[in-house]
Design a protein around this ligand. Structure first.
Ligand SMILES: [Ca+2]
Length: 231
């Protein structure tokens, strides 16, 4: 009986895994809009896809179409986060930069300066979130980098969270324990029971049939036992 129930559970799990297995998404990278002015003004002089924001241009320019000084870049990307958790974003820039998550301004360092690292920890729901980094180079050397990882993997990151400054059109953010909380927009994770109920709903699993099978097997095992006792 126990073995049979385990088998039934295994079948359900296998079916559930087959149904919810996500298709591996192709990472489209960042859309980068490059401007020949330091204020992201007018029409971009260059639009290209950057697989990552990880640049050290030093004294030179990102592209022949862009000047070596007094340029700006806006990178945007829709990133799918596999789990709801706290994530630490590490931004490096020379000169200034701003970071937005879902159009909420979470780091504002729009200033002339040498290479500086800024970290911010943000609580995100599971699912898609828009990452946007704006950057400008005033003069001299230039670099721009952005990466993120689970806050638990970054020592001391939560202490550097700034006060969030939501843009007027954006939903308000709240701060709890040094962590910036964004408005909840993602879908909650499907629980195990949710998956089973969904499969039942889709009639992939027929509970009455499974119950009948279990009862049949129980009857069979009981009869076998009686036969042994009788003989
Ligand atoms: Ca510079």
């Amino acid at each position: 009986m126990k073995i049979l129930l385990s088998l039934v559970a295994m079948v359900i799990l296998t079916l559930a895994t087959a149904v919810i297995q996500p298709v591996e998404a192709v990472d489209a990278g960042f859309s980068g809009e490059y401007f020949n002015n330091p204020t992201l003004s007018g029409t971009a002089a260059l639009v290209r896809t950057d697989s990552a924001i990880d640049f050290n241009w030093r004294q030179s320019s990102p592209d022949p179409a862009i000047s070596a000084d007094n340029f700006s870049v806006r990178w945007t990307k829709a990133e799918t986060f596999a789990q709801a958790d706290k994530y630490t974003f590490t931004m490096v820039s020379d000169d200034g930069a701003k970071l937005y998550i879902d159009n909420n301004l979470v780091t504002d360092k729009w200033m002339e300066r040498g290479t500086t690292t800024d970290k911010v920890t943000v609580e995100l729901s599971q699912g898609d979130h828009q990452i946007k980094m704006e950057y400008y180079e005033y003069f001299g050397s230039a670099n721009a980098k952005l990466k993120w990882e689970l806050a638990g993997n970054v020592a001391g990151a939560a202490t550097t969270a700034p006060t969030p400054q939501p843009s007027p059109s954006a939903q308000p953010t709240t701060t709890k324990g040094g962590v910036t909380e964004l408005p909840k927009t993602g879908t909650p994770a499907l629980g195990w029971m949710g998956v089973v109920l969904m499969l039942v709903g889709l009639k992939i699993i027929n509970l009455s049939k499974i119950k009948a099978r279990i009862e049949d097997s129980a009857k069979y095992l009981w009869n076998e036992r009686q036969l042994k006792l009788d003989s």
